[in-house]
Design a protein around this ligand. Structure first.
Ligand SMILES: Cc1cc2nc3c(=O)[nH]c(=O)nc-3n(C[C@H](O)[C@H](O)[C@H](O)COP(=O)(O)OP(=O)(O)OC[C@H]3O[C@@H](n4cnc5c(N)ncnc54)[C@H](O)[C@@H]3O)c2cc1C
Length: 418
């Protein structure tokens, strides 16, 4: 198998599974997927906890989309149940609906409101900032200082380890503010959960006779052993691919702690945010959305941290600029070696699951155009590389050669065929 791989895929998350499935099912390509974790499904992974309760291991995943094509595509691999995504914030000792809606405004300001009165109230609170330059300004322009300090400021400090002033407007700006009583966490048209869970969904995608999956295997261990005939898809961190030769891209990590509670439900809804209390940002009782019938429940305490598994790219201008330098290298690598960079870590961008699957489907179309009629060209026959990129490329090439030599000297753990 290792001698006749058409497509090598790094990462068995949503991106890796989608591209592997498309390449095997529509082009008949032989695909090898390597995944360093012991399971597939990436951060969407769910599993049965020792208590018997299904959990989302890497934070709650609320599938929602306006993209019917993505929903139709995934529906080949799963049935759905309705998503019941309701979130409350603990503010001044009370659980208030979040995102902010009319009920939140009433309970926070202690008055009763209809839509017009709610709009007038917010108009009076808002700060006149025409073009918010950061997340603090964005929220002040939307809801004013009191709501900003109660719901956003400390939550953001905990979540990102940075002041909202240091973060792009979109970080806090994407949370809606509603002048109705809609309590749903998100606005998208389709809010659903895979009936048997995300792991089952992604496992079915990979269940094709032309796809092999190696878990507990780092891409870098296999990279020198497998030369794919058509292309490579890389969905790991882009800076790691280039041995961090331009510097490290910052990520925010999380600690997930799961506690069994010997009652059917502990919380009134799936998620409670703690903007001002505790070191954790939220508690999640995913049973509210999986719909599992079980006498016990599991609560996940989610605490942000700077070290550990990379979960969220940190959205700030300097990081974006560094990412763009890596992206230039990646573009050259795609042209020369047909390595396609796709996904949350490879594009250093926060994508929801539906968005990243749409990205993967687009990426597959590019791979198909480039790779379906020809085999990989020799690197020397590809286009001219601009000088600044060529210099960065040379530095990165040297860094990678050093790392590979080190890696060859070290003994590597045996990968597992899944
Ligand atoms: C805490 C949290 C909550 C989220 N909640 C939601 C939500 O509610 N709704 C929603 O739609 N989306 C949510 N998301 C986003 C969702 O997880 C992502 O959109 C999706 O997982 C991205 O898919 P991906 O394939 O790009 O990356 P990933 O899912 O991260 O998969 C990449 C895989 O590549 C593997 N990998 C990396 N480097 C290597 C290497 N060198 N060798 C081998 N394997 C490697 C990783 O182990 C990983 O399994 C959430 C994300 C997080 C972190």
């Amino acid at each position: 198998m290792l001698d006749d791989v058409d497509l090598l895929v790094c990462g068995a998350g949503p991106v890796g599974c989608t591209i592997a499935e498309r390449a095997a099912a529509t082009l008949g390509w032989k695909v090898l997927v390597v995944e360093r974790r012991p399971h597939v499904a990436g951060n969407c992974y769910d599993s049965i906890h020792s208590s018997g309760v299904r959990i989302h291991n890497y934070g709650p995943h609320y599938f929602r989309t306006n993209d019917e094509a993505v929903l139709r595509y995934l529906s080949r691999f799963t049935d759905w149940i309705p998503g019941n995504y309701v979130v409350k914030s603990l503010v001044n000792g009370r659980l208030l609906p979040f995102p902010i809606n009319l009920t939140t405004l009433e309970q926070f300001f202690g008055c009763s409101l209809d839509t017009d009165a709610g709009r007038r109230l917010l108009d009076a609170k808002r700060q006149p900032i025409a073009q918010p330059a950061n997340s603090e300004e964005m929220v002040l322009a939307k809801v004013g200082r009191e709501l900003y300090e109660a719901f956003y400021l400390n939550y953001t400090l905990k979540q990102w380890g940075r002041h909202p002033r240091e973060l792009a407007p979109s970080v806090c700006g994407r949370v809606p503010v509603r002048l109705n009583r809609d309590e749903r966490y998100v606005d998208q048209r389709f809010q659903v959960m895979p009936k048997d869970g995300f792991t089952a969904l992604f496992t079915r995608m990979l269940n094709h006779r032309k796809i092999r999956v190696l878990t507990r295997c780092d891409f870098r261990e296999i990279q020198t052993l497998v030369k794919p005939r058509r292309a490579t898809v890389y969905s790991g961190p882009i800076d790691a691919y280039f041995d961090h030769c331009l510097g490290r891209l910052p990520y925010r990590s999380l600690r997930f702690e799961f506690e069994t509670e010997f009652v059917p439900y502990r919380q009134p809804c799936v998620q409670i945010n703690y903007p001002n209390d505790h070191s954790w940002t939220r508690t999640v009782e995913i049973k509210h959305v999986t719909g599992q019938q079980h006498p016990h429940t599991v609560i996940c305490y989610e605490t942000p941290r700077s070290e550990g598994e990379p979960y969220y790219p940190v959205p700030a201008a300097a990081h974006q600029a560094l990412y763009e330098r890596y992206r230039d290298l990646a573009e050259v690598t795609t042209r020369r070696e047909r390595v396609f960079f796709c996904g949350r870590l490879a594009q250093y961008r926060y994508f929801n699951t539906d968005e990243v699957i749409a990205e993967a489907l687009q990426c597959f179309e590019k791979i198909k155009q480039l790779g379906s009629n020809s085999f990989l060209p020799s690197p020397t026959t590809t286009g001219r590389v601009p000088t600044s990129i060529a210099e960065s490329s040379a530095d990165c090439g040297r860094a990678r050669a050093r790392t590979e030599a080190r890696r060859r000297r070290a003994s590597s753990p045996r990968p597992t065929m899944a």
